[in-house]
Design a protein. Structure first.
Lengths: 449, 431
C-alpha cells in the first residue's frame, strides 16, 4: 500500500481564470543612452515646431517652417530607432509586445486608434478644418507640382513620411534579415517614388497625375468609363499610356508575376497600403485575429467586395445610368473611403495593420485566388523541427495560423498570405521558408492533427 | 474502454489524439495539474519575455478538445493505485482507468546543494516555475544561473531581458561541450560572452547562502568565490519525472522502463515522452527528452493503446535550438569528440553580428552527421543523405539542395565546398 504523495507543486496556476500570460508587470523603465536622448530631443523639437506653427507662428508656410516641423520630427524618430535597436541585443526582439499598452490594445493604442480614425474622417469629409495644416506644406507642393497644397497632398506627404520613417524602424528591427531589408527598401521606394513624387512632378509638368503602382480594382475608378475616356483624350499621349499600362498591369502583369512569386510581389513589395502596414503597422501585426471564424468572415467579405467592383464596373460600361452611378458612388464612399481609408488605417492599433488587405481589398482577392490555384509560391516547412512555439502565428499580420501547418509539416498555400516573410524571420528553429522556385514533390504531413 | 493520460505535454496529447482517431467510441481523459490545456513548453521563455500571451502558446484551439471528445481534467495526481486501477487526485474524485498512459515529463535536477530550497532559488520547467520567476525577479539586479546548456542560456536571456546582471556557472571547459564539438562550443562560448553574460567555465555551485530575510543572497562556487545575487536558476539538466511510480510495482530505472511498444511492466500501463526509458535488447536504454521524440512516442503509444501494433523507431536523430540569436540544427550523429574512424569537417565565418558554422561528420565514406550554426538546413534532405549513406563528395556537390535560409540571404556554398573538400583531401593524404 503506497503512501500518498505530497502535492507536487506549491503554485497551482489557473491560467484560464487568471488570464495567465503576464507573469510580470510592465518592464522596468530602461535608461536611455546619449544617442537616444539626442534623437528624442530632435523629435521633440520637431513636434514643438509643428504645434507652434499650427497655432499660427509666422514661419508657417515657409521652407524653414516646413522642414523644422514634421521632417525634423521624423529625422529625430529615425535616429532614435537606429540608436535604440542598436542598444538592444541582436535579433528580432519582441520583448514586452504582449504587455505594452500600445501593442496590446491598451490605453495608448485606443487613443491612437481614435485619433487616426478621426483624422481620416476629417481628411475625407471635413478637409476645410485642415487648412492650416495644409498650408504648412505649401512650399513643397509648389516646388513639386507648381500648385499650393490641398488636403490630398497633405495626406500623401504624411503617408510617405510615415512609411519612410517607420521604414527605418523596420530596417533596424529586421537588420539581420536580407529579405526584410530588401522588402522594406522596396515599399519605401515605391511609396516615395511612384505614389508621391512622380504624380506630383507630373502635375507640375501639366500632365495627368499618374499613379503607376495603383490599378484596377484597387484603384477602383481606373477602369470606369469616365476615367478611361478622360485619360484617353488627354493631349500628349501620357493619358493613353496610363490606360494601356493599367490594363496590362491588371490583366497581364498580375497573373504572370503572381504565378512566379505569389501575391507578395504586389502586396508586400509594391502596394502603398502594404507599405504602411509593413512599416508603421509592424508594431501591430500580432493583433490580427487568428481564429477560424475570422478566416470565414474574411473570405466572404473580400470576395463580396470583388463581386461588387466587378459588377459596378461592368454596369458602368454596359448599362450606364442611375443604378450604375449610384453603385459607383456608394462603392467610392463605403469601400474606397470608409473601409479602405478610415477603417483600414484608423484601426491599426486595434485590429492590426491589414484589415483592408484581408477583409476588403478586391485586388488582394484576385491575387489570392491566383496564389491559391496556379501560383508557384508557398511557404515550406522544415520536416519535424517545429515545436509549436507559436511565434509564426502570433506575428502573422494576415491572421493565418501558420503553426497549424508547420507542426504538421505541411506547406502553407493560403490566399491571404502576402509573403512578408516575418513568420520565417521570427521562427526560432528555422522551420519556415518562402519559396518561389519550381515546386518540388510535396511532402506529406507527418501527423494528422 | 476508458483511456487515461497523465500529463498534457506533447507526448500525452499526441497519444490522446491518436487513441481518439483510432477508437471513436472510447472514453479518453487527459489529466494535468499544471494547466487545463496543452501548450508548447519550449515557448515558455517567450511568454516570460512578453513576446506572446499564454493563449498564443497553445498549439490547438481550445474547442478542439471538445470536438475530439477528449475530457480535460485539471488536477494533480497524488497517488497511483495500480491494484485498484485508479488515480487519486489532490482534488476531486479518483479516476478509474482501463488503460493508463504516464506522460509526466521531466523534473529539473537537484543535487543536494546547501540552500537549494531557499526562496529565490528555482528550476525552470513548468508554468509554476515561470510564475515563481516573475515574483523572484521583482526588484532583483543580479542572478546566477547554474548549468551551462540550453535551458541555462534561455534562462540567462530571460533574466537579462529584465535588466538583471547574469553570471552563468558551467562545469564544462567550454560552453555545452558535453554535446557540442570543440569548434561549435568555442563559437557559442564567444557568443555568450559577447552578449554580456559573465560566463564562469569549469565552475560549479557549492552552496546558496541566505540573507537576513531568509532569501537567497549569494552563491559560493566550487572555486570558493562568493557571488552576490537574489535569483538563482538551477538548470543543471532534467531527469524523468517518476514520482508517481514511487511505492508501486512499476519498474523504474532513470525513467519508467518500457519496451519498444512503450508498455511498462504493469499490464495496461504505458509510459511515453521525457519520463520513459526505452529498454532495447542488445542496445543501451534510451531516454529521449526533446519535443519531437515526445511526439513520435506519443503517436506510437497511442496506437498501441488503441490496439494496433507499433514499435517506436527513433529514426535518424535531429534537433534544433536557439542560443541567444544563434540558430542551431543537428542531423544524425555528431558527438562532442571524434570517434575512431570518423573524419570531421568544419567551416565557419563571421556573419552579421556573430559567426556561423557548418560541420560534416564522415564515417566509412558516408556522411553521418551535420551541425549547422546560424544557417538553416533542410531536414528531409539531410535525413535522406544520412539514410542513403551519401558520400561527402556527393553531399558537397549537392549542398545547395539542403539550403533553407530565406531568399536573398548570402549563399555560402562557394566558400564551404572548397574549404571542406580541402579538409577531406588533407585527411586522405594524412591517412
Amino acid at each position: 500500500m503506497s503512501r500518498p504523495l505530497p502535492v507536487v507543486a506549491t503554485f497551482v496556476v489557473d491560467e484560464e481564470r487568471a488570464g495567465f500570460g503576464a507573469p510580470l508587470e510592465a518592464p522596468p523603465p530602461r535608461s536611455l543612452d546619449a544617442a537616444e536622448r539626442a534623437a528624442l530631443a530632435i523629435f521633440g523639437l520637431g513636434c514643438l515646431s509643428l504645434v507652434v506653427q499650427l497655432a499660427g507662428a509666422s514661419i508657417a508656410g515657409t521652407w524653414p517652417g516646413l522642414l523644422s516641423g514634421l521632417p525634423l520630427a521624423a529625422l529625430g524618430l529615425g535616429l532614435y530607432f537606429r540608436a535604440s535597436f542598436r542598444a538592444a541585443p541582436p535579433g528580432i526582439r519582441h520583448d514586452d509586445v504582449a504587455r505594452r499598452g500600445i501593442s496590446s490594445r491598451g490605453v495608448t493604442a485606443w487613443v491612437l486608434g481614435v485619433v487616426l480614425t478621426g483624422f481620416y474622417t476629417v481628411l475625407y469629409w471635413f478637409p476645410s478644418h485642415l487648412e492650416r495644416a495644409t498650408a504648412l506644406v505649401d512650399p513643397l507642393a509648389l516646388a513639386l507640382s507648381g500648385r499650393p497644397a490641398d488636403g490630398w497632398f497633405l495626406y500623401g506627404f504624411l503617408y510617405t513620411l510615415a512609411v519612410s520613417v517607420f521604414g527605418v524602424r523596420a530596417a533596424m528591427k529586421y537588420r539581420h534579415n536580407r529579405y526584410q531589408l530588401a522588402r522594406t527598401a522596396s515599399v519605401v521606394f515605391f511609396q516615395l517614388g511612384f505614389a508621391f513624387l512622380l504624380p506630383q512632378l507630373l502635375k507640375g509638368l501639366r500632365r495627368p497625375e499618374l499613379y503607376l503602382t495603383y490599378f484596377w480594382p484597387l484603384k477602383y475608378d481606373a477602369l470606369f468609363p469616365s476615367s478611361v475616356k478622360a485619360l484617353w483624350q488627354t493631349p500628349g499621349g501620357l493619358g493613353m499610356f496610363m490606360v494601356v499600362w493599367g490594363a496590362v498591369a491588371t490583366f497581364v502583369a498580375t497573373p504572370v508575376l503572381t504565378y512566379f512569386y505569389g501575391k507578395r510581389w504586389y502586396c508586400s513589395w509594391v502596394c502603398g497600403c502594404g507599405g504602411l502596414a509593413e512599416t508603421a503597422g509592424d508594431a501591430f501585426r500580432q493583433l490580427s485575429n487568428k481564429s477560424d471564424r475570422a478566416w470565414t468572415i474574411e473570405r466572404w467579405t473580400i470576395h463580396g467586395v470583388l463581386v461588387l467592383i466587378v459588377v459596378t464596373t461592368a454596369l458602368l460600361w454596359l448599362a450606364p445610368g442611375e443604378l450604375s452611378n449610384t453603385l459607383a458612388r456608394s462603392y467610392g464612399f463605403w469601400i474606397g473611403a470608409l473601409f479602405s481609408g478610415v477603417i483600414g488605417v484608423g484601426f491599426y492599433p486595434l485590429l492590426g495593420s491589414r484589415v483592408w488587405c484581408r477583409f476588403g481589398c478586391p485586388m488582394a482577392a484576385i491575387l489570392g485566388l491566383l496564389q491559391r490555384t496556379v501560383s508557384r509560391f508557398r511557404i515550406t516547412t522544415n520536416g519535424g523541427q517545429c515545436m509549436s512555439c507559436g511565434n509564426c502565428s502570433t506575428f502573422c499580420e494576415m491572421g493565418i495560423d501558420v503553426r497549424a501547418y508547420a507542426q504538421r509539416g505541411e506547406d502553407i498555400v493560403r490566399a491571404s498570405c502576402v509573403g512578408c516573410g516575418v513568420c520565417a524571420a521570427v521562427c526560432p528553429r528555422g522551420v519556415l521558408r518562402l519559396e518561389s522556385g519550381p515546386a518540388k514533390a510535396p511532402v506529406p504531413p507527418v501527423t494528422l492533427l | 474502454m476508458h483511456v487515461v493520460v497523465v500529463g498534457n505535454g506533447i507526448a500525452g496529447v499526441t497519444a490522446a489524439l491518436a487513441v481518439r482517431r483510432l477508437q471513436p467510441t472510447w472514453q479518453v481523459t487527459l489529466v494535468s495539474g499544471e494547466s487545463t490545456h496543452h501548450y508548447s513548453r519550449p515557448a515558455l521563455m517567450y511568454l516570460f519575455m512578453g513576446h506572446m500571451r499564454y493563449q498564443d502558446l497553445k498549439p490547438y484551439p481550445d474547442a478542439l478538445w471538445q470536438e475530439q471528445r477528449i475530457t480535460l481534467r485539471r488536477a494533480w495526481v497524488t497517488r497511483l493505485d495500480l491494484e485498484g486501477r485508479r488515480l487519486e487526485l489532490a482534488e476531486g474524485a479518483p479516476i478509474a482507468w482501463d488503460r493508463l498512459l504516464l506522460a509526466t515529463g521531466s523534473r529539473p535536477n537537484l543535487f543536494g546543494w546547501p540552500g537549494q530550497e531557499l526562496p529565490g532559488v528555482q528550476g525552470l520547467y513548468d508554468l509554476g516555475d515561470l510564475a515563481r520567476l516573475g515574483e523572484n525577479v521583482r526588484g532583483a539586479t543580479r542572478a546566477v544561473v547554474v548549468g551551462g546548456g540550453l535551458i541555462g542560456i534561455e534562462l540567462a536571456e530571460m533574466l537579462h531581458s529584465r535588466g538583471l546582471h547574469v553570471t552563468l556557472l558551467a562545469r564544462e571547459r567550454s560552453y555545452w561541450d558535453n554535446v557540442l564539438p570543440p569548434e561549435e562550443s568555442a563559437l557559442v562560448t564567444r557568443l555568450v560572452r559577447a552578449a554580456g553574460f559573465d560566463l564562469r567555465l569549469e565552475t560549479e555551485l557549492k552552496e546558496v547562502v541566505a540573507g537576513p530575510d531568509g532569501r537567497a543572497a549569494a552563491v559560493v562556487t566550487s572555486r570558493g568565490e562568493r557571488l552576490d545575487c537574489s535569483v538563482v536558476g538551477l538548470t543543471a539538466g532534467v531527469r524523468p519525472n517518476v514520482e508517481l511510480a514511487r511505492g508501486t510495482t512499476l519498474a523504474v530505472g532513470r525513467g519508467l522502463l518500457v519496451d519498444r511498444s512503450l508498455r511498462t511492466n504493469v499490464p495496461d500501463v504505458f509510459a511515453a515522452g521525457d519520463c520513459a526509458e526505452l529498454v532495447r535488447p542488445g542496445e543501451r536504454n534510451l531516454v529521449q527528452q526533446v519535443w519531437y521524440t515526445g511526439k513520435q512516442q506519443g503517436e506510437c503509444v497511442g496506437r498501441v493503446i488503441a490496439g494496433e501494433a507499433c514499435e517506436h523507431e527513433p529514426g535518424i536523430w535531429f534537433n534544433s535550438a536557439k542560443l541567444l540569436d544563434l540558430e542551431y540544427q543537428t542531423y544524425g550523429t555528431v558527438l562532442p569528440s571524434p570517434q575512431p574512424g570518423e573524419t570531421r569537417l568544419w567551416w565557419e565565418r563571421p556573419d552579421g553580428h556573430g559567426e556561423i558554422g557548418l560541420r560534416l561528420v564522415v564515417r566509412d565514406g558516408a556522411v553521418t552527421g551535420f551541425n549547422a550554426l546560424g544557417l538553416r538546413l533542410r531536414h528531409r534532405v539531410c535525413e535522406r543523405w544520412i539514410q542513403e549513406r551519401a558520400s561527402p563528395l556527393h553531399v558537397l556537390a549537392h549542398l545547395e539542395d539542403a539550403h533553407f535560409d530565406p531568399e536573398l540571404f548570402r549563399r555560402h556554398e562557394a566558400e564551404i565546398v572548397p574549404t571542406l573538400l580541402a579538409q577531406l583531401d588533407l585527411t586522405r593524404s594524412a591517412a
